[in-house]
Design a protein around this ligand. Structure first.
Ligand code: 5U1
Length: 683
């Protein structure tokens, strides 16, 4: 039946089904099939239809995600099946897993030589437990865990989470309660806090608190702006749905219903399998896009789970095996001010060393004066330090308690602590900046380090200790002066033998042959990161064209908005920056002419293809492989999804390889990658 022939009810049902399908592709599979504008068009059509025919509105309509009243409080919800907690194993070593396996074997009265027990091993997400109640496949209620017996009705807010299906795919069971964790990804958390900082509003201590705050937000419009995600890990009440016979099969079945289930899970055999999983996930922990505080082991067979039963409110068949905490308490010894590449002054907490998130931390950022004041930390306080993933450690707050004696409030210096130039703050801005520019040694050092960085000019052997010596000794004042360094001058420096000096000179020589994108990025223009530099190089194809481009022309470049365009213009309008560029060119730095334009004429065997790199390749570094793929027109993505065309796997490839196999993607090794670069390969 065509669109125009169908009744409003039929059209509304068809639109709902279409929108459910595309929301699942977008939010859960990360593989959209429709442009956003087309999704919006369908959504608006359904909204209009429901406005004209309110009787067509249903609880599972995608239009109902964002609606809701500001509440005065949350209604209590008595859980049909209590939400249990999980026993925690705080011994973070292998012995923690071995103790659990030994307990299970004892409870099951297994003989010493009985085969190993099969476990489902998964991640312990650092979020908030939620019960989702589906009746006849439609989400009718979402509740927090509360005390396990009674939680709070947070349906309005949970509906705003795009990943949570409002209707299960192909499930008409009278009741199916799905349990899992609502969490916030680390990048979403950082962006949320960045936005809060820009608005001068309170920042969140960690992703878990931000997620919990969003779920318990009384105004659903605010909750909808907090980016939340969800992973399922179990069931509550079930009526009329055939249970699989193992936990791993249960998670597979939930994924098939359209519920997000984490890919990092496995079926492990015995204590050895659990230890392997704990180690493997521990190694991946920093690279995961979300916080975990451990892994969870569950006896895989549901029949054995039933035999094992519970002690008080914890099942005997499951345990959470922890990792070292990502937050710790320590003493704030003093506050120093660091000057960055762009002159920004950052208050840095000097801490009594503390082991957190797997390393010893003695410095942590306090971001800016206003954030420091809001957190109310003063020297001598006991403070909470957080280090998660590869994010810079930060002080998230103070531990309430008495202060002994008067401690003055921290003040930003009026003069740069490095060069003595005046410190300024833009009207209404949050950042204090040194006005010394490259006159300031700190800014010069940071500019040199940035210029020499792996993703910029990639000058091997130019690290921070050497840059300190070069700048402090007056040997290098400008970027071009780097290229005047000879072996004799360098070898005379502290701890710099003849060989290291020769290596650095060779590194400098090698760096002369670069790409326009790397060179642009290396200049350290504010707002011009690696991606923008690549876009500029591709668009203009020549440095002179970029230097001469007006705002209008710059605005034509992919993702370049007014702030970035103005920053590029400001940079090239300053005569001393142009002089630096000319001196660098005179020092022999060059790149293939017409790089961008030539690139589009050159063969592009990987044009339109997305590749994911995992593991260590025999001869290519990650950056080299990425550069080759990009030069061939391909894109390198950080995670595997159905949109991935090829996964390039080297030694010790981890979960990305597992996921690629699960999705049936083409996996190649380095030789395979080289073949693709030559030919474009299959598909
Ligand atoms: N992954 C996972 N997290 N988690 C938390 N599974 C899991 N199971 C839980 C909890 C509280 O509880 C069941 C064992 C009852």
């Amino acid at each position: 039946m065509s669109q125009t022939d169908s009744s409003p009810a039929e059209r509304a049902a068809a639109l709902r089904a279409l929108l459910h399908h595309h929301a699942h592709r977008y939010y859960v599979l990360d593989a959209p099939e429709l442009p956003d504008a087309e999704y919006d068009r369908l959504f608006q059509e359904l909204q209009a239809l429901e406005a004209a025919h309110p009787e067509l509105r249903s609880a599972d309509s995608p239009t109902q995600r964002v609606l809701g009243q500001v509440l005065e409080g949350f209604a209590p919800v008595r859980h049909a099946v209590p939400m249990l907690s999980i026993r925690t194993e705080t011994d973070t070593e292998a012995s923690g897993a071995e103790a659990f396996d030994a307990r299970v074997r004892r409870e099951l009265e297994l003989a010493g030589d009985a085969p190993p027990v099969e476990y489902a091993a998964e991640l312990k997400f650092d979020g908030l437990a939620i019960n989702l109640r589906y009746e006849r496949g439609v989400l009718v209620q979402a509740a927090t865990r509360g005390d396990g017996e009674t939680g709070e009705d947070v349906t309005q807010n949970i509906r705003t989470i795009g990943q949570i299906p409002l209707r299960l795919q192909g499930c008409d069971a009278p009741v199916l309660e799905v349990r899992g964790e609502v969490y916030m990804r680390r990048d979403h958390f950082e962006r949320l806090n960045e936005r809060q900082r820009e608005k001068g509003e309170k920042t969140f201590v960690n992703p878990r608190n931000a997620a919990a705050g969003a779920v318990r937000q009384l105004d659903p419009a605010i909750a909808a702006q907090r980016p939340l995600s969800f992973f399922a890990y179990g069931l509550g009440e079930v009526q009329g749905w055939a249970l699989p016979d193992s936990h791993s099969a249960l998670l597979d079945a939930l994924a098939a219903l359209g519920v997000p289930v984490c890919a990092q899970r496995t079926v492990a055999l015995g204590a050895a399998g659990l230890v392997d999983f704990h180690r493997a996930m521990g190694a991946q922990r920093d690279a995961l896009p979300f916080d975990i505080d451990g892994v969870v082991y569950k006896v895989n067979s549901l029949a054995l789970q039933q035999r094992l039963g519970f002690v008080t409110r914890e099942p005997r068949w499951a345990v959470a095996h922890k990792y070292p905490a990502q937050e710790q308490i320590t003493r704030l010894e003093r506050i120093e001010v660091q000057v960055g590449r762009t002159g920004k002054l950052t208050p840095v907490a000097k801490l009594a060393p503390v082991f957190v998130g797997g390393t010893t931390v003695s410095n942590a950022t306090l971001h800016n004066l206003f954030e420091l004041r809001r957190k109310g930390v003063r020297v001598g306080d006991r403070v909470i330090v957080r280090r998660a993933g590869d994010v810079i450690p930060e002080v998230v707050g103070r531990v309430p308690g008495e202060r002994s004696g008067y401690v003055p409030n921290f003040r930003m210096p009026r003069e740069c602590p490095v060069c003595g130039s005046a410190v300024r703050r833009e009207r209404g801005g949050l950042d204090h900046r040194c006005s010394g520019g490259l006159f300031c040694a700190a800014q010069r050092k940071q500019a040199l380090l940035h210029f020499a960085g792996r993703r910029a000019m990639d000058i091997e052997g130019l690290g921070d200790k050497l840059v300190d010596q070069l700048v402090d000794g007056g040997l290098v004042r400008t970027l071009p002066e780097l290229y005047t360094l000879g072996v004799a001058k360098l070898a005379a420096l502290d701890r710099m033998g003849e060989k290291s000096a020769a290596n650095l000179v060779a590194g400098l020589a090698r760096s002369r042959q670069t790409t326009l994108a790397r060179f642009l990025y290396a200049l350290g223009i504010r707002q011009v990161g690696e991606t923008t530099a690549k876009d500029l190089a591709k668009h203009f194809g020549s440095l002179d064209r970029i230097m001469e481009a007006g705002l209008d022309q710059l605005l034509q470049v992919n993702d370049v908005g007014p702030v970035v365009a103005q920053s590029i213009r400001t940079f090239f309008d300053q005569p001393h920056n142009r002089e630096v560029v000319e001196q660098l060119r005179a020092a022999g730095i060059g790149w293939p002419e017409g790089e961008g334009a030539a690139a589009s004429d050159a063969p592009q065997p990987l044009a339109g293809k997305t590749l994911v790199l995992t593991g260590t390749l025999p001869t290519l570094s990650r950056d080299e492989a990425k550069a080759l793929i990009e030069a061939a027109g391909g894109k390198v993505a950080g995670s595997v999804s159905k949109k991935t065309h090829f996964v390039v796997a080297g030694d010790e490839a981890g979960s990305k390889l597992d996921k690629a196999r699960e999705l049936g993607l083409t996996v190649v090794d380095e030789a395979g990658l080289r073949a693709l670069l030559g030919s474009g390969g299959p598909g």
